[in-house]
Design a protein around this ligand. Structure first.
Ligand SMILES: [Mg+2]
Length: 279
């Protein structure tokens, strides 16, 4: 019995991460790159030029949609705009200042030296994700990618309801009245569930890195261990907070020996547990 009790107490120390799950934008590179700001401008231009939304309303409509639906696209589809997903992505991402992203050999080295499976989890389309990883010199650092296309395998059309958009375009902030979006994206739990299924992820053995507090909050609620990136201020929903992804080694040095420990546990059972405790 004494041994059992010791085992139980020590078990949490043995908890290992089998997977590291990374957002891309503003997580693998800093917000100061200006991509995010330009992306917002492009989305607003798309709303005016392609969807015919009144110029004076776009900023506020976009803000409300982004806030309530996680992405502007999800919000636009929810309120009845029907457009081709690929056209939208090439418009809003096509003219981003990718040249601002420089190869990041420090991050590359950190990622490649981590002995844990690494998976990307982004709301962005595959072309954008691939371009960002290429610009940062991180194209071979990940074992899997969950992107817009993985989350939304069919290019579904919206059930258009003419009454839907009047509430939003009038900038009504009552979330309970909002129509449902056909788009699956963070920060909603169904996106996480789908990512877990697609990439074969056990959330309880996974550390999730994202710059969005909303994504982190959902991540925590679905069982992930969480790291908020871009600030050193921790909140209740994040287990760690990193000013920059470059700080990963200082904040989580145990990740680099996780593999050794998990191998020992896997093959040696209780012996390895005792060894680790005394080490
Ligand atoms: Mg992000």
């Amino acid at each position: 019995m004494a041994y059992e009790s010791q085992y139980d107490q020590q078990a949490p120390l043995m908890a290992k991460y089998e997977c590291l799950l990374f957002d891309v934008d503003d997580t693998l590179y800093p917000l100061s790159s200006g991509l995010s700001k330009q992306c917002t401008k492009n989305i607003e231009e798309y709303m005016i030029q392609t969807l015919g939304i009144e110029e004076s309303k776009v900023s506020e409509v976009n803000r409300v949609l982004y806030k309530n639906y996680g992405t502007s696209m999800a919000g636009l589809k929810a309120i009845g705009y029907d457009f081709d997903n690929d056209d939208y992505h090439s418009y809003v991402h096509g003219r981003l200042p990718y040249e601002n992203l420089k190869p990041d050999p420090v991050l590359r080295h950190l990622l490649l030296s981590l002995p844990i499976r690494k998976v990307i989890f982004s709301n962005a389309d595959k072309v954008h994700v691939a371009k960002v990883l290429l610009k940062l010199g991180l194209e071979n650092c990940f074992d899997g990618i969950v992107n817009f296309e993985s989350l939304n395998p069919t290019n579904k059309t919206t059930d258009y309801d003419e009454n839907k958009d009047s509430e939003i375009l009038g900038v009504d902030n009552d979330c309970s009245a909002l129509p449902k979006t056909p788009i699956i994206c963070k920060p909603f739990p169904d996106a996480f569930e789908q990512a877990f299924k697609t990439a074969n992820i056990n959330p309880e053995k996974t550390l999730f890195f994202d710059d969005s507090i909303r994504n982190i909050e959902t991540g925590k609620s679905v069982g992930l261990h969480t790291v908020l990136v871009g600030t050193s201020r921790r909140t209740n929903s994040c287990d760690y907070a990193l000013e920059s992804i470059h700080n990963i080694r200082e904040a989580l040095p145990e990740l680099w020996d996780a593999n050794n420990k998990s191998e020992s546990i896997k093959y040696s059972g209780k012996v390895a547990i005792e060894t680790t405790v005394t080490a």
